[in-house]
Design a protein around this ligand. Sequence first.
Ligand code: MN
Length: 505
Amino acid sequence: MTAKNMLSAPQLQDYLYNELRDIVKKHHPKADLSMLDLAYEFALLAHENQKRLSGEPYIIHPLKTAMTLAQMKLGVPIIIAAILHDVPEDTSKTLNEISKEFGPDIASMVSGVTKLGAIKYRGMERYIENLRKMFIAMAQDIRVVFIKFADRLHNLQTLEYLPTKKRYRIALETLEIYAPIANRLGMGEIKGQLEDLAFKYVYPKEYEWTYSAIKQLYGKKKAHLDKAIAQAKKFLAEAGITPISVHGRRKHIYSLYKKLASKDRDVEKVYDLIALRIIVKDLADCYATLGIVHKYWKPLKGRIKDYIAQPKPNGYKSLHTTVFLDDGEIIEVQIRTQEIHEEAEYGIAAHWSYDESGKKSIIPREVRWMQELVKVQKEFENKKEFLEGLESLKIDVFRSRIFVFTPKGDVIDLPEDATPIDFAYAIHSDIGDQCAGAVINEQIQPLDTPLKSGDVAHIIVNKDRKSPNADWLKFVKTRAARTKIKASLNAQSGGWIKKILKRDT
Ligand code: MN
């Protein structure tokens, strides 16, 4: 038993918080952590007496979520938002209180996370569709997506405590939505962890098979690897190169499974089951190291890849080579700088960590994120899974779309500044025609109120109402609403004329 296991619940949470605080302090030595301390106190109080299904105090979950982000070197505001991310939804403390205590920026991140969670499950297909739309909507602040990934990682780690059905659904949506988006964003480590945790719940048999197939092989390869690590360190030292790190890395089990499925399930043909990873200080050292590696170990033909000169489409960079060790064992060697390494592990989040100033400040990266999402869309399109309406998506179109919830959790996408009338007609012509009022985020609002992404809108319907109001034409934003209003008005006036004609005869 470790010392950590012997801690009481209050001791454990303080221990975790201090660990978190230390990591943040290490990566951001100049940051003022008083707000972070305040967030911990605030969340602790808000979640007081709440327990997770695992039996742990609830606070452990936001702390672990924040820890993942801290390890990615992300800044203090996002860590604070992660600590608070479940407060408005699960406790009596409101978003307004968070805004008062911690400011609008943190409140807006927390609200983004809460909105993503507001999507309710009503059939897998519809659910996935809604979730994809919301991810796009949340692209305005990618930090929300980072928090959501970290949140999901911890939820997957404690998935065994959930009922079987829910377990399967969460794992499946992780494989179908979260992991592909993480991949597109170049967040390889996060993607790998998400997939590995979800794998055994979605495909238990395949998981068992893969696991048993590699178990022995891992043991065998590990011995070779340890020897190779020691040798590599020696070769490098002799050449005057001081590596930052020389270590082994295991291939993620889900990506191994996918690779095996495409290679007749022959584990021996997977050369990167375990890789030797060498991290050095700069690009010159990368290429020098490659030369040294090839000097001592003969490279396998056609397996030298320079992803530094030609990065993979998702931005992945590294030098890869597959070599024969002295004993004839084949192993992949990956060479990269520390900066490239962090980028490969955390993708777009690695760039983010160098910028403390906030969300809107760095346009090119924001554009890159948008471009990545467009690619995600295209992938789904190719699979004929993605929404028809979003097919011709362009970045500018994207920016001018908003996503509004129905009270049941469906997501309706509309142009910017669309009104409750546009929303009503987007749901159904009858709801538009009989619209008598709108409740937006639980408050009655005028029918020409511009809606915002993430709003929950409820249309009050008057069944006795026979026709729309012609004044609505003055403010509706969608062509669909305009056309339907005109059609209904025409039909109504036609009916009225018919009535008069009838009376006259
Ligand atoms: Mn959570």
